[in-house]
Structure formats: structure tokens, C-alpha cells
Design a protein around this ligand. Structure first.
Ligand code: COA
Length: 260
């Protein structure tokens, strides 16, 4: 997809992106760099960050890579501090780090449930909390990536549904509590997006066609669809949008998750 937005809409902004090495948030990091932002990407393993860092730099952007497990508040604080040391500020925080696997509720252990809630929900809070002072001084913003799984009920995904419902609650709460500091807090809820690690692991090929038939727009989403939603929400065009989770799913969740 060619650029829809002006190249420089994020010129001079610094974006701190968790899970920014790969997948949907990797795409968002790359797109933000293309539109003028300086990028910091973080994930548990540094080796997962290197290809994206190289890609952004080879294409004329700036990218700082710092490893941190979002479940570990001290590690998150350290990653934020190193980013500020490197760039001098943070304007945009994107919470994309997530854990996922398919598991029926009656097979899932308490630790399995808690692990995903820790990564998605507590991890999102940790990053928002650790970045608060920086965002307060930059009058910055937060974008939380959640999902539509919890709008109805998605079998085999009780842990992720609970975790993402928590992420949406964080988006709403912080938009109210931190709006007075000039910090906007929004979210994006992607539907089925093709060419992502999650989709490859979670969706058997046999189901892809059935699901496509249930998507009103008749196709899976592309990572570029999420990039464009994120660019819009991060840009000045959305300067009065606060506390919204924008669903980007071709209308899928309204059709329900049943494949019958
Ligand atoms: N089915 C059922 N339970 C699972 C599971 C699966 N596929 N994968 C992990 N768990 C459970 C483990 O059994 C363990 O619980 P237990 O101690 O009661 O046995 C608990 O979750 C923690 O697992 P562990 O592997 O120690 O956690 P981790 O912190 O190393 O990794 C994930 C957890 C979720 C991140 C891991 O599944 C993973 O690496 N996934 C791939 C990355 C990913 O999900 N990306 C997001 C794409 S949308």
C-alpha cells in the first residue's frame, strides 16, 4: 500500500513501541519511522529487534533497540530511561507486546491465564506508568493495541479475552485521568490480520476461508490497515480523540465469531 498520509506528519516525534520488532506493532514502528518519527523498539529478546532496527535505519530512519520484558516494571523503567537518554524525550507510547496461544478454558492452568494477563494487561499498565512523567512533559499520547475477542465470546481465548478487556479498561481510565495533562490515550482493536505470527500460529489454513466469508468486507486485514489507523490516531488530525478504541476489522466482530 502506498503512503496515504503526508511523509512528515510525525516529524520530530519520538515513539516508544513495545513488541515493535515484529508483526503488527513492527509494522506500526516502520510506518511511524517512514512518517518522520524517531523510533525506540523493545521486546523480550534483543535478537528479535535487530532486523527491524536495521530495516528502519537502511531506509533513512532512526531506531533505538532496547530489550525489556514488559512484565518487569524495573526493566520497563530502564528501557524508558535509556530511550530518554538517547532521544531526550518520548512523545508517543505504543503498547503492542502480547502473548497468545489457543487453549480451552478447562485445560488452561492458572499460571497460563496469569501469564497472558501479565504480558498484555499488566505490561500495558507498566509501560504507561513508567512513561507518565515523560508523556506529561511532552503532552504526548498512548496507543494500546487490543482485540475484539472479548466483545462477544471467543472460545479457546478466555485468557486473551480477559487480558484485552483489561487493556481497553486501561485506555478508558487513563484517557480520563491523564487527559488533564494533555495526554491522549486511545486504542486499536485489530480483527484478523494476515501475515502475522499470531495468525500463522493461531489459525489453521482450513478455517481461513470460512472466516473470510464472515468478514463483511470480504478479506483479512493487512498490517498496513493497522499502520494507517495508528498514523491517524497519532497525528494532529486526531487531536480531539481521546479514550477511543478504534476497531479495524472490516466489520467482523458484528457478525459474531461462530463459523456456522
Ligand atoms: N497452551 C496452554 N498453556 C500454555 C501454552 C499453550 N500453548 N503456552 C504457555 N502455556 C502456559 C504454560 O503451560 C505455563 O503454565 P504452567 O506453569 O501452569 O504450565 C504458562 O502458560 C507460562 O508458560 P511459559 O512458556 O513459561 O511462559 P513464557 O513467559 O515463556 O511465554 C507466552 C508465554 C504466552 C508469551 C508464550 O506462549 C509465547 O512465547 N508465545 C509466542 C509469542 C506470542 O504469543 N506472540 C503474540 C502473538 S499474537
Amino acid at each position: 500500500m502506498s503512503n496515504i498520509f503526508a511523509d512528515n506528519i510525525l516529524l520530530g516525534k519520538v515513539a516508544f513501541v513495545t513488541g515493535g520488532g515484529t508483526g503488527i506493532t513492527g509494522g506500526v514502528a516502520r510506518a511511524f519511522a517512514e512518517h518522520g518519527a524517531k523510533i525506540a523498539i523493545t521486546s523480550r529478546k534483543e535478537e528479535n529487534l535487530i532486523p527491524m532496527k536495521q530495516f528502519i535505519e537502511e531506509n533513512g530512519g532512526e531506531c533505538f533497540a532496547v530489550a525489556a520484558d514488559v512484565r518487569d516494571f524495573d526493566a520497563v523503567q530502564n528501557a524508558i530511561a535509556k530511550t530518554v537518554e538517547h532521544y531526550g524525550k518520548i512523545d508517543i507510547v505504543i503498547n503492542g507486546a502480547a502473548g497468545n496461544f489457543l487453549c480451552a478454558a478447562d485445560q488452561l492452568s492458572s499460571n497460563g491465564f496469569g501469564t497472558v494477563v501479565d504480558i498484555d494487561t499488566k505490561g500495558t499498565f507498566n509501560v504507561c506508568r513508567a512513561a507518565f512523567e515523560e508523556l506529561q512533559s511532552s503532552k504526548g499520547q498512548i496507543l494500546n493495541i487490543s482485540a475484539t475477542l472479548h466483545y462477544l465470546a471467543t472460545p479457546m481465548q478466555i485468557h486473551v479475552s480477559a487480558a484485552k478487556a483489561g487493556v481497553d479498561a486501561i485506555t478508558r481510565n487513563l484517557s480520563v485521568e491523564w487527559g488533564k495533562h494533555g495526554i491522549r490515550v486511545n486504542g486499536i482493536a485489530p480483527g484478523p490480520i494476515e501475515d502475522t505470527e499470531g495468525m500463522k500460529r493461531l489459525l489453521p489454513d482450513a478455517l481461513k476461508e470460512k472466516i473470510t466469508r464472515k468478514i463483511p468486507l470480504g478479506r483479512f486485514g493487512k498490517i498496513a490497515d493497522i499502520e494507517n489507523a495508528a498514523l491517524f490516531l497519532a497525528s494532529d488530525a486526531a487531536s480531539y480523540i481521546n479514550g477511543v478504541t478504534l476497531v479495524v476489522d472490516g466489520g467482523q466482530w458484528l457478525q459474531g465469531t461462530s463459523l456456522a
